[in-house]
Design a protein around this ligand. Structure first.
Ligand code: HEC
Ligand code: HEC
Ligand code: HEC
Ligand code: HEC
Ligand code: HEC
Length: 480
């Protein structure tokens, strides 16, 4: 006959006997109050520090669960097991089937159930808040600060700054979550051992298909009509003249009930499939295959050869063109032009465009060195050539220096070896018509029967003005 108190006693004794259980009990007792307090503070939003989240969910939480596991492992598998032998199935059956005995162990069962509920709640709370923590932009972008700083900064400056990292990189669903945590663990080890590449490699070969991420929010099959694009540029003459290029982009549609696929988004229509073979950087495309709905295929080849084993075959989706929806690294020209457009660099400083471009193109080891170098170069230029600027336009010069420094710091990250043009956008063709769309549309890709992927300027856009000061088309559009 075993009484309730002796059951309790043997449980406690079991724990005492086993060093493993004792250690476990110690860990759970110490972590429990800290953990509950910390999670509540986190949920109420009192703490925003990334390292604090890491401490709760990646260290304290697992420690608590580890403690629980140790307690039971000690009781059932190590020294404690002798003391709790009374918890055999026969013993429990005996207790439950006899009403007198049952009433005696009832309290123990209630206690056991209550403790289990508390443990399960803490573990679920941990899992729930930990999951949200790991999905946050702060965890993705700031935890490994130097490593992710460029992506975090460019994301913050993009149209997608309100879209969480995980919405494009992982998407929903447990399988992708698990997959990303596996590669995440590999990445944390790489950071700890300092073996990660600088800059981080792109393209991201394991990215979830865009159909499951981008298309959760955008539906190119429902696009209608074209898009007017007005680009503002600044020339490198003395007066930093402003010119405009105006394009009508034939955005088109991926085709839906009423319209058939046409224009630029023709590529992502379900009616046909464009696949291509490229090198691993996806910059060189020797072969493009178009498969129509009826199964007929056209294969376009450029004649360029790539070593076998160093190629990749992909079905074209959004990110083959929109590879920089969130991490937009501008070129030196675009970055400086944008600062003029935003009014951050005053146009009335002679040759400021030309000098700014020179200053941002020197090589610097750190951001701090770049900032002081840019300031010193611009000061020196005006000192030597336009001393009156220093006297009369000191405020504008200070503003211009800040603008040029910002153009640099938003796009160049010396810590990660990211210079101008390291990461390029495919949503263009470059001034030399050799990049982006022209990986396939350069006029070199032909079928055996001689059909060529078009490089006709008008299939993608009509050019309404190019590099003009106050173009007539803009006057018309403004109603002047
Ligand atoms: C709107 C979608 C989107 C969001 C939001 C987004 N990314 Fe990306 N990210 C991409 C795409 C697309 C690529 C490039 C994939 C390619 O070219 O293979 C990329 C590439 C990267 C790369 C590889 C380096 C590079 O620039 O190509 C890293 C690292 C990265 N993202 C981290 C992040 C982090 C951290 C966040 C959140 C702060 C984030 N991303 C938010 C879409 C997104
Ligand atoms: C969670 C929703 C969401 C996801 C996922 C998403 N986007 Fe967006 N995207 C938006 C919103 C909202 C805007 C408009 C932002 C604004 O202009 O203020 C936008 C803007 C854009 C634009 C600019 C449109 C314009 O008028 O210039 C492009 C291009 C784009 N997204 C492409 C993508 C691509 C490619 C992906 C996948 C890699 C993607 N988006 C994923 C919500 C999303
Ligand atoms: C063949 C290249 C290509 C592919 C593939 C592609 N796009 Fe685009 N997309 C473009 C171009 C070019 C533009 C016009 C951009 C500009 O000049 O502003 C554009 C414009 C857009 C816009 C803005 C439309 C508007 O009218 O303002 C969105 C949103 C967009 N794309 C989303 C997507 C999504 C989502 C996918 C994948 C389903 C996709 N695109 C696939 C090239 C492409
Ligand atoms: C991976 C190769 C590839 C890339 C990259 C690519 N295209 Fe295409 N594009 C094709 C193929 C293949 C066709 C169909 C050619 C044919 O049938 O003659 C096509 C056709 C087109 C068409 C005509 C669609 C129609 O209505 O028939 C437009 C417009 C177009 N592309 C725009 C673009 C733009 C803009 C970009 C860059 C943002 C781009 N393409 C990038 C392969 C590509
Ligand atoms: C396969 C599609 C495609 C073809 C063919 C094409 N372009 Fe473009 N072009 C683009 C895209 C995409 C952009 C980027 C639009 C943007 O900046 O929003 C662009 C931009 C431009 C710009 C504006 C650059 C700027 O920022 O000021 C000019 C000018 C231009 N193209 C000229 C041409 C000329 C000339 C041809 C014929 C030789 C041509 N393009 C053929 C897709 C194409």
């Amino acid at each position: 006959m075993v009484s309730l108190s002796s059951v309790m006693l043997s449980f406690v004794k079991g724990i005492q006997k086993s060093k493993v259980s004792l250690l476990g009990a110690f860990i759970t007792t110490v972590t429990f109050p800290v953990l509950v307090g910390a999670i509540i503070l986190d949920m109420l939003g009192y703490v925003t520090n990334t390292y604090y989240g890491f401490f709760i969910y990646m260290i304290l939480g697992p420690a608590f669960i580890f403690g629980l596991v140790l307690v039971f492992a000690g009781l059932f598998f190590f020294k404690g097991s002798r003391e709790v032998q009374i918890f055999t199935i026969e013993y429990l059956q005996d207790q439950v089937s006899d009403p007198v005995r049952f009433s005696r162990v009832k309290k123990l069962i209630v206690l056991g159930v209550a403790l289990t509920i508390v443990n399960i709640s803490v573990v679920s709370l941990l899992a729930y808040s930990g999951y949200h923590y790991m999905e946050s932009n702060e965890f993705c972008g700031q935890f490994c600060h130097t490593v992710m700083n460029p992506e975090y900064t460019t994301h913050k400056n993009s149209q997608h700054s309100n879209v969480h990292c995980v919405e494009c990189h992982i998407g929903s669903g447990a399988a992708w979550f698990a997959k990303s945590k596996l590669s995440g663990t590999r990445q944390i080890i790489a950071v700890a051992l300092d073996t990660y590449p600088r800059p981080i490699h792109t393209p991201v070969h394991g990215l979830r298909p865009a159909g499951e991420t981008c298309e959760a929010c955008h539906r190119p099959e429902l696009f209608h009509g074209d898009k007017l694009v007005i680009r503002e540029h600044t020339l490198d003459d003395e007066s930093n003249s402003k010119v405009n290029t105006v394009l009508m982009m034939k955005v088109g549609s991926a085709g839906d009930r009423a319209v058939s696929s046409h224009g630029i988004h023709w590529h992502v229509s379900p009616e046909h499939k464009v696949t291509y073979v490229s090198d691993l950087s996806r910059e060189i495309v020797p072969e493009v295959t178009l498969t129509l709905a009826d199964g007929t295929q056209k294969v376009f080849r450029s004649g360029v050869k790539i070593e076998s084993g160093k190629t990749e075959t992909r079905t074209m989706d959004c990110i083959d063109c929109h590879n920089r929806p969130a991490h937009i690294y501008l070129s030196d020209l675009e970055a400086i032009d944008l600062k003029f457009e935003e009014g951050k660099i005053p146009r009335d400083l002679p040759f400021i465009k030309r000098e700014a471009l020179k200053a941002v193109n020197k090589s610097y080891k750190t951001l701090a060195a770049a900032k002081s170098g840019i300031a010193a170069d611009l000061q020196a230029f005006y000192q030597q050539n336009y001393p009156e600027v220093l006297k009369e336009k000191q405020a504008q010069l200070v503003q211009a220096i800040a603008g040029v420094q910002a153009a640099y710091s938003e796009n160049v990250f010396p810590d990660m070896n990211i210079g101008w043009g390291n990461y390029t956008s495919q949503l263009q063709h470059g001034a030399d018509f050799d990049k982006g769309c022209f990986r396939c549309h350069g006029g070199e890709h032909a079928t055996e029967s001689g059909e060529v992927i078009s490089s006709d300027c008008n299939i993608c856009h009509s050019i309404l003005a190019e590099g003009e000061k106050d173009p007539a088309i803009l006057k018309t559009l403004r109603g002047e």
